[in-house]
Design a protein around this ligand. Sequence first.
Ligand SMILES: Cc1cc2nc3c(=O)[nH]c(=O)nc-3n(C[C@H](O)[C@H](O)[C@H](O)COP(=O)(O)OP(=O)(O)OC[C@H]3O[C@@H](n4cnc5c(N)ncnc54)[C@H](O)[C@@H]3O)c2cc1C
Length: 429
Amino acid sequence: MTSWPSDKPSPLWMALSRERFSAPRLEGAVETDVAVIGGGISGLATAIELRRRGHRVVVLEATGIGHGASGRANGQVISALTRHGPDAIRKLWPGERGERFIALVRGAADSLYDLVDRYRIDCDARRNGWLQPAQSPGRAKRVAGLAAQWAEAGAPAAALNATEMAGRLGTDVYHGGWEHGGGGHINPYAFTVGLARGATGEGVTIYENSPATALSRRAEGWIVETPAGKVLAAKVAITTAAHTGNLWPALRTSIVPVTSYQAATDPLGTLADRILPNDEAASDTRMDLRYFRKDRDGRLVSGGALAVQFGASHRLQAMVGRRLREMFPALPENPMTSFWGGRIGMTIDRLPHLHRREDGLCAWIGCNGRGLALACAMAPVLADALEGVADERLAVRPTSPPRVPLHFLVSRFARLILPWYRLKDRQEV
Ligand SMILES: Cc1cc2nc3c(=O)[nH]c(=O)nc-3n(C[C@H](O)[C@H](O)[C@H](O)COP(=O)(O)OP(=O)(O)OC[C@H]3O[C@@H](n4cnc5c(N)ncnc54)[C@H](O)[C@@H]3O)c2cc1C
């Protein structure tokens, strides 16, 4: 297990969350139908889905609920993948398989907001849309095509010209782009702890500070060991995302964990009214992504990645502050006042993967930085997979975890690709 170090700064979202959650550590042996390993949004949404289908479920969380990526994200709720639109998905998987997956991505934000409503989660949920501004005219043309594909697939998507985008963002540095009316933003930590409360209310048993340290087979299923106890389960779901360790070694080497940092300003007062006046979330088309949203108090929350991690807090805040001031010159100098980070699980093809073994071990992995809504949409798929639904009827076809070539090197040095991304971004026309 590779958890986020506890001596690193906590996300702003924890301080802003009005809800707290705590659960005991597992001590002794418990028996259940399904053991879910990982207490982020994926694990909790899957546990809820399984419980509502009548299964007994135990969730093991290595540290605290929401201490992984789920509590550290920027909080943008996005019903679209980073690379693949409907046409690309149909090309990969012609026929019903592609259509099922398109429907899953199209409905991902609905899945998340449905959970907010069902468990009355107080996570400052806003659903005013998600914007993807384009940094060049060529990109604007391409994403207008993407908007048309999503609209044709039934999503509330539309292209925006440069003037429209400027009005929506409060800056005219972009060349247009598109909007997805189903998106929005949340406090992701508050959402995760609210989900844990919802899961507990449904009858899911959650243990915190209970890392699964070993998995072994027994006659009728699995033994999941933790430092002070064990879970005897018929089936096991692994939802440890970028923190995946060696419980299923092939799963760990199927992704590249990437560190991503977040930074926030102080509340901006009346200036906040001129930035994203309609309160959408925005992520642009760059490979070295620029993104931002406001929180409930009018802070601007943004983030980015660094090729070299040395002095990350100072350098990241300076970089993000500079980028935001290019868009919003009225921001004060050095506007970022809080900082935190987290880890994202990237797959080589930038698609989420579902894995299932005949012995009852299942996982989904590969959020590629857009996993808040996707994790909620993947929960029924993982539940189907655990229940033994046939491969061809699943919205994501299960595969064996594909090994990332040169995983040892790539997982340590992936961030060194950033300068090349930045060069490509500057060359975009
Ligand atoms: C900085 C950052 C910004 C992001 N911004 C966005 C965004 O704006 N929009 C968006 O859609 N997505 C975003 N993401 C991605 C999103 O946060 C994730 O896709 C999503 O939260 C994944 O949820 P998860 O449950 O799969 O993983 P996690 O929340 O990481 O949960 C995995 C959990 O497993 C636990 N675990 C690990 N090993 C073990 C073990 N052996 N035993 C028990 N427990 C274990 C970990 O402690 C962790 O809590 C961002 C991610 C980061 C890091």
